[in-house]
Write a protein that binds this ligand. Sequence first.
Ligand SMILES: *Cc1c(COP(=O)(O)O)cnc(C)c1O
Length: 322
Amino acid sequence: MVALIQEILPGVRILFETQEAILLSSSSASGLMEGAIRNCVERRCLHLVSGAFGERWRQVAADCGREPESLQVAAGEPFTSEAVDEALAKEDYEAVCLTHNETATGVTHPLAAIAQVVRKHENVLLMVDAVSSLGGIPVAMDSNGIDVCFASVQKAIALPPGFSLCAVSKRALSKARGMKGRGYYFDFARLAEASEKGQPLATPSVSHLMALRVQLRIMLQEGLQNRYARHAAMAERVRSWAREHFGVLAKSGFESNTVTCVTNPRGIQVAEFIQRLKQRGYRISNGYGSLKDATFRIGHMGEHSLEGITELLRAMDEVLEA
Ligand SMILES: *Cc1c(COP(=O)(O)O)cnc(C)c1O
């Protein structure tokens, strides 16, 4: 176990682009959303809510008995650093919680610009949900000065679900150590101490650790820059198809490279469209939450290829023509 974990940690650090502590969690990322709140927020945090996943994190904070505030933008819109700056000037918060890539709307928020304004406030932690970006879109934990950053393995890392990764800054760890009632299973201080020694805190999902060891090798062999470029190329192709036939929900310049949320101005029956594609062996998704029937989403992350995406788009053309 020690050898396995110690072999995994350097690869995970490369993915996050961090020298900070790495936590390995045998839970999906929603567990770490809760952990981030319980370890790092005593009372007030600011949630940047641009869709269903941002809203989930705010709800988690509320359900943990904290007092989360939300700054909201319409579906498809990105947050601007100016809006965050203004919110932080008005009120005191212990942390800003950002969903880097909002999977429900296909928007990638300007992380570096937002991080820069949060970093002007020494006592405000920057916590980032990178669930659907890590491994597909650069996150750059250390150069952005992120304090807590987490991701599940079943999105752009393309492993079976049920495991997640987290990186935590020294500042966040020191806050966690002083936090009362932060629990055991998601205790960041204990988790960091354990992983430092190459040990799990509780019985881990060994099969995930083994799969992660293999997948990290594959990802680093491809090269992260190549991997990001492949995601960008797939996204570009999907967007140009979407613009030709429908529309893209995300504001231009902020479209996600891992998932595209397609609008439906023609009013096609989304459920039927998805069903017909499924019969041909292709899976795309309906909209998420309130966008269920108004949009559909095409995932282009993980191990998908430009060839596979091109094939999917051809099948979509055929279904539309029929
Ligand atoms: C999928 C997703 C989550 C939830 O992760 P789980 O692994 O299902 O717990 C959170 N945030 C974003 C942005 C996601 O895409």
